[in-house]
Design a protein around this ligand. Structure first.
Ligand SMILES: [Zn+2]
Length: 385
């Protein structure tokens, strides 16, 4: 008996039991809208090195992709007293449609564990529609385990039941250590080391946020392990790794909503400008690969909206001792942009008015057919065709 017949049979005998909802709530509708891929052009980038035709290090974004959609050159992060223009903050602005919708849950000094307090796009989508956990994905960088906490909000009407699953090297290691422990339990020394590593990871976790068992993700990591085993070829690192994870996810997990948190331009914190511009070029290549893959795969072709948006900008004062910083709420750290393209979105247009970073959430809600009820800003209506 397959699952569909099993469910039909049970539904027939028990009446109005919500069988298509594993959460026990009312039955949720099947999702029939387009896929959405959010590309965080992140680690903080300025307009000048991304969307300025004279100075761009992202030629694919500007010359090939922008003509397929609506480029919004003037997106702003609001100038709010005391607000930090940074990666976690910007990402939560995008995901929740609100400013300062987070709390720092850490007890320790110099560690930030920021979690959203307002529902994320993943939660709105999964609460409104019958979307499996592996169909809402967050793709994170390996050295930012604190971004794991963006997968759902601390919120009594939403939260962990509607979470996104996370793909990252950090998440892979967590899975792998558990597997290795199963396989090598009799080797006392190795088992001890593995238990230590697992304890370290668990120590990082916030209450109620441990990953849940998921057979689709087990299969995903099993395949990853086979392809990148110790004596085989080495997995890509940095933002190239994020592209690899995202492309694989599209092939094997078919997410309906996926956010890719690129981050490497941020290495410029250490002062080397070429790290910054090279990282922009690598994200641009990643973007090209993602779009090519979407154009190629049946379930994504002509049915996928891309939203490309930075988490924050960067300083432009040439007088600063360390250039290219972003934490100080300066004008160019608040000046970003967005590009939206796909079915239902206009093409070949450049928007001539100012929009706000918190409008992304309601815009994606309008694309996918849910209301981002706690967003404080409306959709960017002008992008729709
Ligand atoms: Zn930074």
């Amino acid at each position: 008996m397959d699952r569909r017949h099993f469910n039909t049979g049970l539904a027939a005998s028990f009446g109005a039991v919500a069988l298509n909802s594993s959460l026990g709530g009312p039955a949720r509708a099947a999702y029939r809208g387009p896929n959405v891929v959010i590309v965080r052009f992140g680690g903080g980038v300025r307009r000048s090195e991304t969307i300025d035709p004279q100075r761009t290090y992202a030629p694919y974004l500007l010359n090939s992709l922008a003509p397929r959609g609506v480029l919004v050159p003037d997106m702003q992060i609001a100038d709010i007293e005391g607000m930090d223009t940074s990666h976690a903050e910007g990402t939560i602005n995008i995901l929740t449609g609100r400013y300062a919708a987070w709390r720092d849950a850490t007890q320790e000094l110099l560690l930030n564990k920021i979690e959203p307090t307002s529902p994320t796009l993943f939660e709105y989508l999964r609460k409104a529609y019958d979307i499996a956990p592996h169909e809402a994905l967050l793709i994170n960088g390996e050295d930012r385990p604190q971004e794991e906490f963006f997968s759902f909000a601390r919120h009594n009407k939403f939260g962990g039941d509607f979470r996104a699953e996370v793909l990252s090297l950090y998440r892979y290691k967590r899975w792998l250590y558990g597997k290795l422990l199963e396989e090598n339990g009799s080797d006392e020394v190795l088992a001890g080391q593995l238990r230590d590593s697992i304890r370290k990871i668990e120590k990082h976790e916030l209450p109620g946020r441990s990953p849940r068992a998921n057979v689709r993700l087990d299969a995903f990591w099993q395949q990853w392990r086979e392809d990148y085993r110790d004596d085989g070829f080495v997995n890509p690192r940095g933002d190239r790794l994020l592209t690899e994870l995202a492309v694989r996810a599209m092939r094997k997990l078919r997410p309906r909503l996926m956010m890719i948190n690129y981050q490497d331009p941020d290495y410029v914190h250490w002062g080397n400008a070429s790290h910054y511009t090279r990282a922009i070029a690598i994200i641009d290549q990643g973007l090209q690969r993602l779009v090519n893959e979407a154009d190629r795969l049946d379930q994504y072709a002509n049915n996928t909206v891309f939203v490309v948006v930075p988490d924050c900008g960067r300083d432009s004062s040439p007088l600063k001792e360390l250039p290219f910083q972003h934490h100080f709420n300066t004008r160019s750290a608040r000046e970003i942009w967005t590009l939206v393209l796909g079915p239902g979105i206009d093409s070949g247009r450049v928007l001539d008015h100012t929009v706000d970073q918190t409008q992304i959430a309601a815009t994606i809600g309008a694309v996918m057919g849910f209301k981002a009820g706690y967003s404080e800003a409306g959709a960017i209506d002008a992008v729709f065709s």
